[in-house]
Structure formats: structure tokens, C-alpha cells
Design a protein around this ligand. Sequence first.
Ligand code: GLA
Length: 357
Amino acid sequence: MESISPREFGRLPDGSSVRIFSLENRNGMKAAILDYGGIVQSLTAPDRLGGYADITLGFDSLQPYLRDSPYFGALIGRYANRIAGGAYMLEGKSYCAAANDGRNSLHGGPRGFDKALWRVERAEVAAEGPELVLRHLSPDGDQGHPGTLDVAATYTLTNADVMRIEFRATTDEPTVVNLTGHSYFNLRGRGDILGHVLQLNASCFTPVDSSFIPTGAIRAVAGTPFDLRSPTVIGAKLVESDEQLVNGRGYDHNWVMDDARRSLSHQATLSEPETGRVLEVWSTEAGLQFYSGNFLDGTLRGKNGVVYPFRGGLALEPQNFPDAPNHSNFPSAELKPGETYRHIIEYRFSADQKSRR
Ligand code: GLA
């Protein structure tokens, strides 16, 4: 039965209550979303026998989200990914975004949108399925960024087993915006992701230096481990010797999507042979960060007491290119007053019957 219902998940140090919203579609697919950080705490997906199981990494309680979370399931902003040294120029003025990754600003800085308590604007069963609308007003100067940014994130769990996140943002001064979702997927529901098969619709990627900052080059993937244009077992490529795999400690790079029309386009297909689970990622953005969970080191204890191993989950983050404010050859990340930033992400789930063993 389609439904959406809230309950208290925990309390922040200042006493405010954090709620978790449980969404269920007509097929029995479920999502749980926090108003803290817009975090997707769990998401179930069907396997080839029709069994729905949780395929995301996360925690059972609020405390570890406040303390230890490597952005599990979080909504990322104002600027997803890195800004070199936190510094950028916009309309002739220089800005310094707060650093939290060496000297770089990562995922919005030390108190990014993943650490904000969002206002629940709407929670209802809508035409396509249960829907949650979260709203956040980021003040002028927040984490060093100019302009008051008014952000809405609409989460819809459709009856076609699609989890859609639609972002909208407006500003009262020129600023930079790059919003994404940071779910860690493990379609097998346990172990590592090395046996997962990934295909990306990208002929180029943006190489990085050893601090994960793009060099500015847009490099062809042909002949490199970054050529994932046909379905590829992730673990088979990660063992190749390649300077970029060393710099990223594995895959932690932005791919340049072939379809640059900025309409909703197919970016990636992830599948898992044992369960038959398939995830297609669609987005209106020009880039996709694929992160193979290289910083997971077996120290985090997640849902149901499970310890997440090295590469126990992977993130597929549709977004603008990292450090775009510092690269004139990358798509512009600027949002001006009067414009509306809009980004749609769809995670489309299904099961592959063909590969039944
Ligand atoms: C992103 C980054 C990674 C890492 C993770 C969080 O995917 O690109 O380098 O910071 O987030 O651990």
C-alpha cells in the first residue's frame, strides 16, 4: 500500500527532533529519509526473485550520522565535490569556502547541507507515489558562499520503482551551486562491490591530482581503466596499474557524460550478477562522480551491526564537474538572481532475469 509516515529518529545536541519518513510504493519498495541532511537512510530494491532488500549503506540511529558518516545517503550542497583551496572568483569578487578536506572545500564544507535540519514542506502520497519535500534556507555567507540560497529537494518513490530526487534553488546574489545525492549502493546487500558490473555513458573523464582536484584536462577514456562504456566488472579494472587509479585510490573521478543536452539522460547502469539487481542512474547534469568506496576501511559499523568493509559500497553522484568554479572549460556552476537551478536524479530499479544462474 502506498504510504508515507514520520516518526522521531533522534535528537540533535540542541534538542531539536530529527524525523525519519518511511515511504512505501505500491510494489512494496521502501525508502526511509531523514529531515536531517536529507539523508536516504535506507532504500530497498527488487532482486530477480522479487525480493526487496536494503541496498544502501547507513546507520540505525542518529548519533553515528552526526559523528562518523562519510556522507552516507546525504544530500550534498552547496557545492558537491571539491573546490581547490576553497577559493574561487565570481563576477570579479573572490570568495573563500570553508575547508574540510586538507585545504580544499569538500561537499559544501564542514557544515554543508548534509548537516542541516531541513524543514518538511510536504509529505503525502502524490500521483506517482509517496513524496517528501524538504526545504532549506542557506544564509548569505554560509560556509563562505555568497547569496541567500533557497533550496527545495523533492523525493518521490514512484510506483515504477524509481527513486527521484528533484532539486530546485534560487539565490538573491550570484553564487555557485552543485547539488547531488550521496547514497552508497551495494546491490548484493553485503560484502564489497568488486563483483558489481558498471556501465557509464561517457567517452571522457576529468583526471585529478593527488588531492583529487581536476587538472583541468578532459581526457578520453579509450585504452584506460576509465573506459566503462560497455558493462565492466569493477574489481577487474581496479587492479590495473594506472596513475589516475593511484591518485584516486581507486575510482573517485568525474566522468563527462556524452549526452550534454541537460535533459534527463541515462548516465549509468549498475548491476549485480548474484541477485540480478539493476540500478540505472539518470540525471540532467553533465557529470557523474563514481566513487568506489575507497575510504571505507572496515571501521564503520552500520545498519544491523554490520561492519562495512573496504569498498563495501559505491557512490554514483550526478553533478556538475568538481572545482568547476575554477575551470572556464567546465560547465558553469553559477546561479544568478532570477534564475532557478534545477537538477533531477532518477535511480531506476529493476531485476535482470537473463543472468539467472
Ligand atoms: C566523494 C568524494 C570522495 C570522498 C567521499 C566521501 O565521493 O569524491 O573523495 O570524499 O565523497 O568519503
